[in-house]
Design a protein around this ligand. Structure first.
Ligand code: 5AD
Ligand code: FES
Length: 361
């Protein structure tokens, strides 16, 4: 069997290598983390970029079996933040030199919704003299819609594949045309063609998921050549159908640890991409984001959702930052201090190096 240090020294990794890395314990785990930290610093540097996250609406036409804001969850009070509140959050991001914002919502494809996102993108560009970078995370849309939002100024898009195994995807989504794995893949292709920096990702520790699935997820990210990745532990939500399989889950701590190993392994596999420290890590461990930054992540997404709405954007249980009075909560301010050993890229877009490299190929 290959020596673990020899595996870490490689530039290409087989599925078996990836599984060994994802299962690393003790000294091997330490070696994995330090190799990933070194690779990150050598390739993308020490900077961490802040993206202000604005969850502007929880209206959703979909019924993903894991998600707390799924259409059929009648306990959720549906909201749409007013333009002024959304723009105030973006102004906060701009004034605090975050460089970029992420507009996220449930998935709708009505012409009202499409127009609204378009007009928000334009207004955010206007209020920041074109300085704020804009990432959208508004689900599956048509090519025309993606093109239109891009033309208005959005330049990055997040759309997680959730699992790259079509069979597992089918187990965590309703089986109908509105929740098709193929459609999701097609959207990722469209986004790239439209010129976006494309981000995707998966949930880690899903019921029925194997180490082989996670290794395949990493190979999938490499194969479709993504620019950005956000992935975090799956966390059960009691008002969702997937909750009934909670007995199959690893402990939250195990899912957290696996999340960190996924981040470190991905940094070695795709050294020049942007990797976000997922909020779901912070839901399990209050210092989770900072731990992820130490071993490979370089993006943090402080929540700037107007505080009145946060409790209605509960994708999973224990989502952090619910009881904050201030729209910018203390945890995030403290995160800046806790990020010892990193520098914060204030006022910079912090675009994915991979995207630049891809364009110049
Ligand atoms: N646990 C962890 N992550 C979740 N998401 C949705 N529901 C959950 C959950 N129960 C993630 C999905 C989605 C992103 C916005 O939030 O990956 O793409
Ligand atoms: Fe940042 Fe809560 S808003 S941790």
């Amino acid at each position: 069997m290959k020596k673990f240090d020899d595996i870490l020294a490689q530039l290409e990794f087989s599925r078996e290598d990836l599984i060994r890395m994802l299962e690393a314990e003790g000294a091997e785990r330490t070696a994995l983390f330090s190799a990933a930290a070194a690779r990150k610093e050598a390739v993308v540097g020490k900077k961490v970029y802040f993206r202000g996250l604005v969850e502007f609406s929880n209206e959703c036409s979909k019924d993903c079996l894991y998600c707390g804001i799924r259409h059929s969850n009648a306990k959720v009070v549906r909201y749409e933040a007013a333009d002024n509140d959304i723009l105030a959050a973006c102004r906060f991001a701009w004034e605090n030199k975050f460089g970029s914002v992420v507009l996220q919502s449930g998935e709708l494809a009505t012409s009202f919704f499409i127009d609204r996102v378009d007009s928000l993108v334009k207004k955010i560009k206007e209020l920041s003299n074109g300085e704020l970078g804009i990432t959208l995370s508004c689900g599956e849309q048509s090519r025309e819609t993606y093109q239109r939002w891009f033309a208005s100024g959005a330049h990055r898009y997040l759309l997680r594949i959730e699992s790259s195994n079509p069979e597992l995807y089918a187990k965590i989504h309703p089986n109908n045309d509105h929740h098709s794995f193929e459609k999701r893949l097609e959207c990722l292709r469209l986004l790239k063609e439209c010129g976006y920096q494309v981000g995707t990702g998966v949930m880690i520790g899903l019921p029925f998921q194997t180490m082989g699935d996670l290794a395949d997820d990493l190979l999938f990210l490499k194969r479709i050549d993504v620019d950005m990745v956000g992935m975090g532990p799956y966390i059960e939500h009691e008002d969702t159908p997937l909750y009934k399989h909670r007995d199959l889950l690893k402990t939250k701590q195990e899912r957290f640890d696996l999340g960190l190993r996924m981040v470190a392994t991905l940094r070695l596999l795709m050294p020049d991409i942007n990797i976000a420290a997922a909020t779901a890590l912070q839901a399990i461990d209050p210092a989770g984001r900072e731990k992820a930054v130490k071993i490979g992540a370089n993006i943090i997404m402080p929540n700037l959702t107007p505080s009145a709405f946060r409790k209605e954007y509960q994708l999973y249980e224990d989502k952090p930052c619910l009881d904050e009075d201030a729209d910018q909560c203390r945890n995030c301010l403290e995160a800046r201090i806790e990020l010892a050993g990193s520098e914060i890229g204030y006022g910079e877009w912090g675009d994915s190096k991979h995207f630049e490299n891809r364009r110049h190929d």
